[in-house]
Design a protein around this ligand. Structure first.
Ligand SMILES: NC(=O)c1ccc[n+]([C@@H]2O[C@H](COP(=O)([O-])OP(=O)(O)OC[C@H]3O[C@@H](n4cnc5c(N)ncnc54)[C@H](O)[C@@H]3O)[C@@H](O)[C@H]2O)c1
Ligand SMILES: O=P(O)(O)OC[C@H]1O[C@H](O[C@H]2[C@H](O)[C@@H](O)[C@@H](O)O[C@@H]2CO)[C@H](O)[C@@H](O)[C@@H]1O
Ligand SMILES: [Mn+2]
Length: 441
């Protein structure tokens, strides 16, 4: 098996240590020659990198090289894979994305509604630049992108790099949900075969099978309705906010029993309830800053001080393992099935060809080979068309610097609807993002 050279872009991320543990857990499936870290924040990256050095020494001694840099040439030259996980503007801008809409009684969320739009407008320019830079130094590398909002980023990248078939956008939410399904069914996630359709953070499982072809969908629905639904992936199992989110799946199945929903649909189906449960002065960004971010900083500091991992708890998570298994299937033509984001081109036959949809695909060394979904029923088609129009208009507004299109986008979004409210939120977000966004005229 050829060993791979990997660069992690945005290596100062709170997800990097989990990714390193996942690369270690999956080293038989995805053996590495080298890992390089790249970030624009030297200090933030260095802490994670120095802790990673200790972890790798103990758990991955066969790795030939580990280095970290803020120099693009050094980072991107001669790599086989780039994993991108950047957050333009950091968590402090996420806080504004959440608090500004909430101050108008509208959902304030990282990837949904006006918050997702604001974040998208910041992510697009950095993502375009990074892809150009990676391609300058490594023409054939696979680029796996997790950077959010994945739907808007994927649409922008589709437009700018139409012929680059080695960029793949991925979300871990379907996988995290499947970890909970697997627990209910007494199986491993890798034993389940999903049927799924939608947009990123806007989709439904239509069937869950096991590898023998047994249909487990009704068993899952009955379990969720009678015994509830909780997060099981270690990273989120004890997180109060995620526990509430998974509980909402029960209500969604009661109201719409046909399919099993992605957790993110709660923001579009129950926007008012989502607003009511939020504290407008202490949103998810604050929870993450006080929770995951602090935890990762402390974890790294302990490892660096001890020069050992004996006093910390380290675990691979589904976020990392999913990305690594997708990469392995691309590298070695494993033909495994994963839910990924691809251009529609007839997969969902009653949606436009140029939609970026989230569907299961066989992952081969020639890229994802998605399975046909066919026609989807009116309710889902209607919801998706509205959301798709919003996503397309956001990207149109970005490239045309067009205020009117952005106002149309926000008004279309199910979390907003009211045009004067859309305008007020947009104006506040423009002001808050003046260091990041192109000027909308
Ligand atoms: N797609 C998914 O399902 C999924 C799941 C989890 C996280 N994410 C995304 O992963 C990203 C990281 O999340 P986080 O909470 O760890 O954020 P974070 O702020 O902790 O880390 C992001 C890192 O990116 C760096 N960065 C910012 N701009 C950069 C650029 N232009 N080039 C290189 N590095 C840059 C920052 O300095 C920081 O170290 C976010 O976009 C988040 O939304 C996506
Ligand atoms: O609010 P956050 O920052 O905790 O989470 C936002 C992200 O939520 C999803 O990712 C989950 C993931 O599904 C789970 O497996 C685990 O790794 O935790 C992540 C969140 O902490 C979602 O798919 C991402 O797009 C969001 O960024
Ligand atoms: Mn996601």
């Amino acid at each position: 098996m050829k060993k791979q050279r990997l660069v992690i872009v945005g290596a100062g991320s709170t997800y990097t240590i989990g990714m390193i543990m996942s690369l270690i857990a999956e080293k038989e499936n995805f053996p590495l020659k080298s890992i390089t870290f790249y970030d624009i924040d030297k200090e933030r990256q260095e802490r994670v990198a120095k802790a990673t050095e200790v972890i790798l020494k103990e758990k991955y001694p066969e790795l030939e090289e580990f280095k970290y840099t803020t120099d693009k040439k050094e980072a991107f030259e001669n790599v086989d894979f780039a994993f991108i996980q950047i957050r333009t503007g950091g968590l402090s801008m996420r806080e504004k994305d959440e608090k500004i809409p909430l101050s108008y009684g509208v959902v304030g969320q990282e990837t949904c509604g006006p918050g997702g739009m604001a974040y998208g407008m910041r992510s697009i320019p950095d993502m375009i630049e990074l892809i150009k830079d990676i391609r300058k130094y490594s023409k054939d590398a696979w680029i796996l992108n997790y950077t959010n909002p994945a739907a808007i980023v994927a649409e922008a990248l589709r437009r700018v790099f139409p012929n680059d078939k080695k960029i793949l956008n991925i979300c871990d939410m379907p996988a995290a949900i499947m970890v909970s399904y697997a627990k209910i069914l007494g199986k491993e996630i890798w034993d389940l075969v999903p049927e799924y359709f939608g947009l990123n953070h806007f989709g439904w499982f239509t069937k869950i099978y096991d590898k023998e072809g047994n249909d487990l969908t009704d068993k899952l629905k009955n379990h969720i309705l009678n015994k509830g639904f909780v997060p099981e992936d270690a990273e989120i199992a004890n997180d109060k906010s995620w526990i509430k989110t998974f509980k909402q799946v029960e209500t969604m199945i009661k109201d719409f029993p046909e399919y099993l929903p992605n957790t993110y649909l709660q923001y579009y189906l129950y926007p008012q309830k989502m607003v009511e449960k939020e504290d407008p002065n202490y949103t998810r960004a604050n929870q993450v800053m006080d929770g995951r971010e602090k935890r990762v900083i402390n974890l790294c500091n302990t490892i660096i001080k001890d020069q050992s991992i004996e006093n910390v708890h380290l675990e691979a998570d589904i976020h990392g393992r999913y990305m690594v298994r997708v990469a392995a299937s691309l590298a070695y033509h494993n033909c495994d099935i994963f839910i990924v984001i691809v251009e529609n081109n007839g997969i969902i036959s009653n949606l436009p060809d140029d939609a970026m949809v989230e569907v299961p695909a066989m992952i081969t060394s020639h890229g994802p080979k998605p399975f046909a979904v066919g026609k989807i029923p009116t309710f889902y088609k209607g919801l998706i068309e509205g959301q798709l129009a919003y996503e397309k208009l956001v990207v149109d507004a970005f490239f045309a610097n067009d205020y009117d299109k952005m106002l149309q986008a926000l008004t279309l979004n199910r979390t907003v609807v009211n045009a004067p409210v859309a305008r007020k939120i947009l104006d506040d977000l423009i002001e808050a993002n003046k260091d990041y966004w192109p000027e909308l005229k």
